[in-house]
Write a protein that binds this ligand. Structure first.
Ligand code: NOJ
Length: 539
């Protein structure tokens, strides 16, 4: 596969609405999972001050923007995606002043800041939900959520047979204020994550307020969690396999929500951006990227493609084609906090399976070869950064971290593990704290001797940022080099070619090529199986 590196002029000055050459169209976003990035206060969990302290490292990578996963007050039932207050910072991560300091430090370093917006649900400890439970049947407070009477004698059966994404039913029953068994509320995810009723205009008004709260603090945009999930079929039909019925087609009111949120973003200068999370097919994803809706969407088709040229080629072709119809750039992503890390995924040719998120975990018992996974992940890195559009890097991807699949059961925290009775191990293995430096765990993530929220493997000694920093052949050096070349191509309009060999026999390098980066060496004029190069072609 060959791919021409993007070449667009430098970022234009801020304007009130998105410009054709807006920064986000070609941006490289770096995803920080705050709990796992850097622990400044020494409590074994990462925090916002930790991110500020590591800003020089982030600047040295050459990224354009950060995406911070949720840091809001939360009982942490689902890693912070159970938000109790959308306009504050959880004390475990710091304070609002720390958030402001982070934005200021990032902007000083020339890095934009985007944050997670979680509009589908909140925590069962959110003030609105607590009030709804107490207010009782038919109240305005309950109308902010989906409270529905049960079926059968005494309303003892849930309103539908729908299953939750994390396993188990998607309905939980409350006790009415008089102590009697009461209504059921809907939750697409854990029972501690009640879904908002987006059919109620008060919910939109609240999210417009939340958007403004953060935009006023200088945030450059949002990553929108479960963006396509907001509108359910509230005739509540049973389904053959228990899947919830979510309305996301072109006529769904969910698109009116995004038109309204877009108007808020556009009322601020600086090309603020919104990135939608949706696992829908490419043509449905594109609906959310129409010019008056959101800007970017994660390309999960690309993430889930196994390391086979036909699959990767088709993922690239199909997502580019679908987005071209609405004039939106495509994004490229191989790793995030919900999926088995790519080094481990690419380490097997076996069919990929799993429950959350499906298809991303190597089948149990399949042969894995981590050296092969690293080799392929290096080639994938050059491909990721060469394809036209925006790219996402998940913290630790640039170090080539593997998934940690042997965490002891008693440290696992993902509700997936708990709600499937341990049948599915869940996502903790891709959330292990970042190894910064030193000889033993926690490798500078926390002060020496601290027990971190998930243990860091001692085998990561050779993978720390410090260990890779000066090693020209390391994954970190490859990422830095690729990001620097991408920037050159973007700013100077230099034409670069990335040639990637995905599982094919070795073949000659492009004729007349000047080699600028390579995932393997020496090359002897050939591009071996599972390698990639960046070259300048002589005219
Ligand atoms: C997607 C998030 O990325 C994931 O971590 C979370 O569990 C679900 N949405 C529910 O909010």
């Amino acid at each position: 596969m060959r791919s021409r590196a993007p070449s667009v002029p430098p970022t234009p000055p801020a304007v009130a609405t998105s410009t054709p050459r807006a920064w986000w169209r070609e941006a490289v976003f770096y995803q920080v999972y705050p709990r796992s990035f850097a622990d400044a206060d020494g409590d074994g969990e990462g925090d916002l001050r930790g991110v500020v302290e590591r800003m020089p490292y982030l600047a040295s990578l050459g990224i354009d923007a950060l995406w911070l996963c949720p840091f809001y007050p939360s009982p942490q039932v689902d890693g912070g995606y159970d938000v109790a207050d959308h306009c504050d910072v959880d004390p475990r991560f710091g304070t609002l002043a720390d958030a402001d300091a982070l934005v200021a430090a990032a902007h000083d370093a020339g890095i934009r800041v985007t944050i997670d917006l979680v509009p589908n649900h909140c925590s069962s400890e959110h003030a609105w939900f607590q009030a709804a439970v107490v207010a009782g049947r038919g109240s305005a407070q309950r109308a902010l959520f989906h409270f529905v009477d049960g079926r059968g004698p005494g309303g003892d059966e849930p309103p539908t047979n729908w299953r939750s994404v994390f396993g188990g039913p998607s309905w939980t029953r409350v006790q009415e204020p008089d102590g009697s068994p009461g209504q059921w509320y809907f939750h697409l995810f854990a029972p501690e994550q009640p879904d908002f009723n987006w059919g109620n205009p008060a919910v939109l008004a609240e999210f417009e307020r939340i958007l403004r709260f953060w935009l006023d603090r200088g945030i450059d945009g949002f990553r929108i969690d479960v963006a396509d999930g907001l509108v359910k079929d509230t005739t509540w039909p049973d389904t053959a396999d228990g899947s919830p019925v979510i309305l996301k087609d072109a006529r769904s009111p969910v698109h009116d929500v995004y038109r309204a949120l877009r108007a808020v973003l556009d009322s601020y200068g600086g090309d603020r951006v919104a990135v939608v999370e949706t696992g829908a097919p490419d043509d449905v994803v594109a609906l959310f990227l129409r010019p008056d809706e959101m800007h970017l969407a994660f390309n999960f088709r690309f993430l889930k493609a196994p390391w086979r040229s036909a699959d990767i080629r088709e993922a690239v072709r199909s997502s580019l084609a679908a987005n071209a119809i609405v004039g939106a750039p495509t994004t490229w992503v191989t790793d995030n906090h919900d999926n088995t890390r790519s080094v481990t995924r690419y380490a097997t040719d076996a069919r990929l399976e799993g429950d959350y998120v499906p298809e991303t975990r190597p089948a149990a018992g399949s042969a894995t070869d981590l050296a092969l996974g690293v080799r392929r992940a290096r080639a994938a890195a050059l491909l990721l950064l060469a394809l036209p559009g925006a790219a996402f890097i998940y913290a630790g991807q640039e170090l080539g971290l593997p998934n940690v699949d042997d965490l002891p059961d008693d440290v696992l925290q993902d509700p997936v593990f708990i709600r499937t009775g341990g049948r599915v191990r869940g996502r903790d293995g891709c959330r292990v704290p970042f190894p910064w430096s030193g000889e033993r765990p926690p490798f500078g993530f926390s002060p020496a001797g601290t027990a971190t929220w998930l243990p860091v493997p001692s085998a990561w000694r050779s993978l720390t940022a410090e260990a890779q920093d000066a090693d020209r052949s390391s994954m970190l050096s490859l990422y830095r080099r690729a990001l620097a070349l991408r920037r050159v191509a973007r700013e100077d309009g230099t034409d670069l070619v990335v040639d990637v060999n995905i599982g094919e026999p070795a073949r000659p390098l492009p004729a007349g090529a000047v080699l600028l980066a390579s995932t393997d060496e020496p090359l002897h004029g050939l591009l071996p199986t599972d390698t990639a190069v960046v070259v300048a072609t002589t005219p």
